[in-house]
Design a protein around this ligand. Structure first.
Ligand SMILES: [Zn+2]
Length: 357
């Protein structure tokens, strides 16, 4: 038996304990067990376990309810476990898979959850699985489908890494496949075939010449991207290939709907066979909403645009304004050398406690 997680102690020690429970997407059972076990003794929280999703709620009959959510899974380990600590000129940094994306945020959430015994708004704390993989596995998505009552709220905060600053909205993301077909032939008689890999050159050239837009949405600046991310093709060393598939990822600003994004990609890649395989809408920043504005005022500082896709968009699709706010540098998410500064875990925990006290 491992030691129970200490939610009431040092949130940085808690972060290290969370990192040391490996939880690559699909393998969240242990971390979910340990967290729900640790939350149960706190009488102000009703703890609901549903698969690898944990919902912990206060029910004080407050006028408003906020949702504060974080995912428990990480991308695959890259020789970066167990956790370790270094000293960076007096600032301590916690290293290890998940430190930045997003166990630092989860530690801040858990530490705030047990301290906010009588919050000013009711709180639904959500910890969920399978965020780092395909949409269909996403635990928050499943919760929204099967238990929409748990996602009832006036405002949501996702504790994804933002350097402990508020980031509004997020970009949408779309993946498309361009499948080029040719005619297979023996390479000794190549004129009898048509080389599908050679046809990829025109697609790649179009993509490399493409200039991505930068656009302001609700006062925040978004920077788009359209890039080939995978390519496959070829049969053997002596065969003219009859197939080549290029996967393209489009990150689009939240002023576009998925339909508009698709139309745009089809326009840019006109003449090539484009097939959309996956799309997730973006979310407008929504910082003009009263609940968001109040959170902004209570945390302080300035808000900026979020570049990655996060589940903020899921809330925004349900009509709940949502922002990202969590410890760690988002550019370190998924990096083998990801880390989270200890002080940012405390800053985020304290900001949540201050806002809701
Ligand atoms: Zn994340």
């Amino acid at each position: 038996m491992s030691e129970p997680l200490d939610l009431n102690g040092d949130p940085v020690a808690l972060l290290r304990a969370l990192i040391d429970i490996e939880s690559v997407s699909g393998n969240e059972a242990e971390i979910a067990d340990r967290i729900s076990e640790a939350l149960r003794p706190y009488g102000h929280l009703e703890v609901i376990r549903d698969g690898q999703v944990i919902v912990a709620r206060t029910d004080l009959g407050r006028r408003e309810r906020v949702i504060i959510a974080g995912h428990l899974d990480t991308v695959p380990v890259a020789d970066n476990l167990p956790s370790r600590v270094t000293d960076d000129g007096g600032r301590s940094l916690i290293w290890g898979r998940g430190a930045c994306d997003m166990k630092g945020g989860v530690a801040a959430q858990l530490s705030a959850a047990v301290r906010l015994t009588a919050p000013s708004r009711d709180i639904t704390w959500i910890f969920y699985d399978n965020e780092e993989v395909e949409e269909e596995h996403n635990g928050l998505n499943r919760l929204a489908r099967e238990h929409p009552e748990h996602l009832d709220g006036n405002f949501a905060v996702l504790c994804e890494p933002t350097n402990a600053r508020i980031e509004g909205g997020c970009q949408g993301t779309m993946r498309v496949m361009i499948e080029l077909t040719g005619t297979a032939a023996h390479s000794a008689r190549s004129w009898m075939g048509h080389n599908a890999i050679h046809d990829a050159a025109a697609v790649l050239q179009r993509l490399s010449e493409f200039q991505a837009r930068q656009i302001e949405v609700d006062g925040l600046l978004y920077h788009e991207g359209l890039n080939a991310v995978m390519i496959s093709g070829g049969i053997a060393g002596n065969v003219i290939p009859d197939r080549c598939a290029i996967e393209v990822n489009y990150r689009f600003a939240p002023d576009k709907s998925p339909e508009q994004a698709e139309a745009y990609v089809r326009e840019v890649l006109a003449g090539f066979p484009v097939r959309v395989t996956d799309v997730a809408p973006g979310a407008r920043p929504g910082l003009d909403q009263p609940a968001a504005a109040e959170f902004l005022a209570s945390v302080g500082g300035e808000a900026s645009a979020k570049f990655g896709w996060t589940d903020v968009a899921r809330f925004s699709a349900m009509g709940i304004p949502a922002v990202n706010f969590g410890p760690g540098d988002p550019s370190k998410a998924h990096a083998d050398d990801e880390f989270c500064p200890a002080d940012e875990v405390l800053i985020c925990r304290d900001a949540l406690v201050r806002w809701l006290s």
